[in-house]
Design a protein around this ligand. Structure first.
Ligand code: PLP
Length: 295
């Protein structure tokens, strides 16, 4: 339903990697769509089809004020002819930041709820109240993670299968993307880099998403939890300096919430010999550049 642009694989040239005898490739999935870029394209693909099949006119979803998922869902809704509602955590702040200004520009109606109320967002009572307020809608959970998102990301893994690599690396938020990739990929190692602090619960979450989708457990993946830089959406000078020099050297922009932490983590892991020598790492650029460097 959403147009898809083919995306290139880019070789990272570096003396450091050459000495470590590691080949690092970046799959530029950030370039797959102008506004619904990166992993969100794959997570939304079957949700959009399902919403249409169910005859819903309206998509409703949840997110923080800088959410890539809110941004992508607003654009996808507009592109596919749905109305959209974004339930935003916290109070309204004017003027709208660039994420929310974009979302409203795409026709998304924003509805703010307190942090306390937001925690209840998956509760049947909360959703019933939303239906009373807004009428019928197709609900996409926070971050877009549900079985349809897993299906889309499993399909993405099929496409990646064509590339020669030993390790697949990607950033992890809710875990939906890695769960789909693990479900769809046969065999090769997958390393996720958690963007949030205290992310030990994520492995259980991913294991159960994979089990629900495939009926199986896999051992070929792990989540690295040491590169959160203070927590979700937190960053520091070391990370921001790294992002800047990586862009200068390789011409690839990274964001400070997801892909910057992943790339920092990959290079640091190479330094610590966590990847076998004479291997190829495929890093997924999952997008997220709309959220770069807000205050
Ligand atoms: C949303 C997002 C992620 C996290 O995806 P999950 O499926 O929630 O783990 C990773 N990278 C970028 C750029 C994102 O926008």
């Amino acid at each position: 339903m959403l147009p898809y642009s083919e995306t290139p694989v880019q070789l990272i040239q570096s003396d450091f990697l050459a000495k470590a005898r590691i080949k690092l490739l970046v799959k530029r999935e950030d370039l797959n769509h102008a506004f619904v870029g990166g992993n969100k394209w794959w997570k939304l693909k079957y949700n959009l089809e399902e919403a249409r099949r169910a005859g819903c006119q309206m998509l409703l979803t949840f997110g923080g004020a800088y959410s890539n998922h809110i941004y992508a869902t607003a654009a996808a809704a507009r592109a596919c002819g749905f109305e959209s509602i974004g339930i935003i955590r916290g109070e309204e702040r004017l003027p709208l930041n660039s994420t929310l200004a974009f979302a409203t520009g795409q026709g998304m109606q924003l509805h703010y709820v307190s942090r306390e109320a937001y925690r209840e967002k998956a509760e049947p009572e909360f959703i019933k109240d939303l239906k009373k307020k807004f009428g019928d809608f197709y609900l996409i959970p926070e971050g877009g993670t549900n079985a349809w998102a897993i299906k889309g990301c499993a399909e993405w893994a099929q496409q990646l299968q064509e590339i020669e690599f030993d390790y697949l690396c990607l950033p992890v938020g809710t875990g939906g993307t890695i769960a789909g990739l693990v479900s769809g990929l046969d065999g090769r190692n997958v390393t996720g880099f958690a963007s949030l602090k205290n992310a030990d619960f994520l492995s259980d979450e991913v294991r159960s998403l994979v089990l629900d989708y495939t009926g199986k457990e896999f051992q070929n993946w792990r989540i690295e939890t040491h590169y959160h830089f203070g927590g979700y959406a937190k960053s520091n000078k070391e990370l921001l300096d790294f992002i800047q020099s990586f862009e200068q050297e390789n011409g690839i922009a990274l964001d400070q919430v997801y892909t910057g932490k992943m790339m920092f983590g990959i290079l640091d892991s190479v330094r610590q010999n966590k990847f076998e020598r004479e291997t190829t790492i495929l890093a997924l650029h999952t997008g997220g550049l709309q959220g770069r460097y807000h205050g």
